[in-house]
Design a protein around this ligand. Structure first.
Ligand SMILES: [Ca+2]
Length: 426
């Protein structure tokens, strides 16, 4: 996942977070063309923050922090002897080489063990979870699901110094503006919650605690549920669940609703009606022959939703309900959002996927994506930049090719479609 504000969490280097990082490409493949990151500062703005050296950069951030009410004592204590962290820069420089398929992503995110532990946690913390659910309207199983996906129920929360990580990223990368802001927020957290910098641990990119909140999400949405006078996302489960629920409720969570439903599409379905931005009412989808995957009818409702086919027409189809978009505010990856809903459902005792992703689905690497775009371009079907990122324009071009070749026009770069494309455009 890339650093889209206002996302709650960005990747730690824990196993799942690595998965989430890899999902950036998956996200781009499923969702939208890679959005220009709002965190890339224009060069002049970055230079103004970064100054001549690390010390000058910290002095600039200190000035910003003091203007936002951080005390000089807190800033000086946090910045004393601070040096850039080379490990953070190394991890930041690594780019994902391929996007994960739905099958691989879900296999990594939702193990039998994670479901079992989630059910245990739901039972163990039931009173607290139900009280938070009552107050914020976010179902307990979703709170547990986010917790499981973000930190393995608190088992991996990151061991990097958050202040050092975000200051390093502010002072040594192109995302100076975003991470300078995160550094200021990290200092505010230290001051408001009476923490020592060494106690504030997180992922290499500054995501903290059981919820893996970035500092700005922490200050905007953190809740002191247990009433001890500080927000503690590392050790207090009341604070953890209430903060997650508060974030989700503020970005529009609809009380009691699921984030997605698995559906089936009828024979001969016009797959070109499907894209992440192609919303129709449930009534219209019902009229087009879409049914719940368990065989039930879709409700005759004016609620609008799009359908996702993250593994193409041979894989499962998902009706993305309004709460799906809320989950994508937390993390802008379609595969992450599907995982949150699928894990929540199973934690609550519901079924897994009814239709499994096709086993032969292969991840598309950057090289293969470049190759695909080049071939579509030579066929006159693709007029955009050949950039190795599969977004809506690439999918639309691939659909045009599939229609021409008599294939199902799902826009999915399956092995079959890519094989036909290679034959058609040597
Ligand atoms: Ca507290």
């Amino acid at each position: 996942m890339s650093d889209h504000a206002p996302r709650a969490a960005i990747p730690s280097r824990s196993a799942l977070a690595l998965l989430s990082l890899l999902a950036v490409a998956g996200c781009a493949a499923q969702a939208e063309s890679p959005t220009p990151s709002p965190t890339n500062s224009p060069p002049a703005a970055a230079a103004a923050i970064q100054g001549a050296d690390f010390g000058a950069c910290l002095a600039n951030i200190r000035r910003m922090a003091l203007a936002q009410g951080v005390s000089a004592a807190v800033a000086d204590n946090a910045f004393a002897g601070l040096t850039p962290d080379p490990k953070v820069l190394d991890l930041d420089g690594r780019q994902p080489e391929f996007s994960l398929t739905l099958g691989r992503y879900l296999g990594n995110a939702i193990s039998a063990e994670r479901i079992a532990k989630g059910r245990q946690m739901l039972a163990r913390h039931n009173t607290l979870l139900r009280a938070v659910e009552r107050d914020y309207g976010v179902q307990a199983e979703y709170l547990v699901s986010f917790w499981g996906l973000e930190s393995g129920y608190g088992s991996f929360v990151g061991d990097f110094s958050v202040v050092r990580s975000v200051a390093t990223l502010a002072c040594r990368t192109r995302r100076a503006g975003f991470f300078a802001g995160e550094t200021v927020q990290a200092l505010r957290i230290l001051g408001a919650n009476h923490l020592q910098p060494a106690q504030m641990k997180g992922s290499w990119a500054g995501a903290m605690g059981n919820t893996q909140f970035m500092p700005s999400t922490f200050t905007a949405h953190g809740v002191d549920r247990d009433g001890d006078g500080r927000v503690d996302l590392w050790n207090s489960l009341p604070d953890v669940f209430a903060s997650s629920a508060n974030f989700l409720s503020k970005v529009g969570w609809r009380r009691g609703q699921a984030s997605h439903e698995e559906v089936t599409l009828p024979q001969g379905f016009a797959y070109d009606k499907i894209d992440l931005n192609e919303e129709r009412t449930l009534r219209e989808w019902r009229g087009l022959g879409v049914r719940l995957a368990n065989g039930g009818a879709l409700p005759d409702s004016a609620e609008r939703a799009a359908i996702a086919l993250p593994a193409g027409h041979r894989g499962p189809a998902f009706l993305m309900l309004p709460n799906f978009k809320v989950v994508m505010t937390w993390n802008r990856s379609v595969l992450y959002a599907i995982s949150v809903g699928a894990l929540a459902r199973q934690i609550a005792g519901g079924p897994g996927l009814i239709r499994e992703p096709p086993a032969e689905d292969q991840p598309i690497g950057r090289e293969a994506a470049l190759d695909m775009q080049g071939r579509l371009q030579r066929l006159g079907l693709y007029g955009e930049e050949v950039d190795g990122m599969i977004g809506p324009k690439s999918r639309a071009s691939l659909r045009a090719f599939q229609i021409r070749a008599g294939l199902v026009a799902d826009g999915h770069p399956s092995a079959e479609t890519l094989g036909r494309l290679r034959a058609a455009s040597p």
